[in-house]
Design a protein around this ligand. Structure first.
Ligand SMILES: [Cu+2]
Length: 158
């Protein structure tokens, strides 16, 4: 059993199935979530797990949400001790028979130009476009502002 498989199993055990889990063909999107934003914040984050049960790779190409002007797919990396984010122009690849998790400190969705702050308890619709599986719509469940806080902050993103 590979380390990656162990990580995947751990995620399955730790995160209960929720009503927001959606399936499209052999692709499953689970545990979509976000965090409450400050009252005047215009940027929010989104996290979720994508499982590809197919024999071929798929790719998350783009994302939209009625709550944001646009949604970007970001990578986070450490450079000279500082966390930096950059848009992933080609999106996120999900290898065959694998799961990819977008999580604080790693790849994530960035909701840019929020029309209103994200409040704990609300559900934010997002539509994910995959190269092969097509459109998958789900809802980010908004947790408290400090929920599983990432190492870096999204403040000063612009
Ligand atoms: Cu970001």
């Amino acid at each position: 059993m590979t380390y990656r498989m162990l990580l995947t199993l751990a995620a399955v055990v730790a995160v209960p199935a929720s009503a927001q889990d959606v399936r499209s063909g052999s692709l499953t999107v689970t545990s979509p979530w976000s965090r409450a934003t400050a009252p005047r914040a215009t940027v929010g984050a989104g996290f979720l797990t994508i499982r590809n049960g197919d024999a071929q790779a798929d790719r998350l190409v783009s994302v939209t949400s009625p709550r944001a002007e646009r949604v970007e797919i970001h990578a986070m990396s450490m450079k000279n001790g500082v966390m930096r984010m950059r848009p992933l122009a080609n999106g996120v690849t999900v290898p065959p028979q694998r799961a990819t998790t977008l999580a604080p400190g790693g790849n994530h969705l960035m909701l840019m130009g929020l029309k209103a702050p994200l409040k704990a308890g609300e559900r934010v619709p997002v539509t994910l476009r995959f190269a092969r599986a097509g459109l998958v719509t789900t809802q980010l469940v908004v947790g408290s502002a400090g929920a599983a806080a990432p190492m870096g902050s999204h403040e000063g993103h612009h």
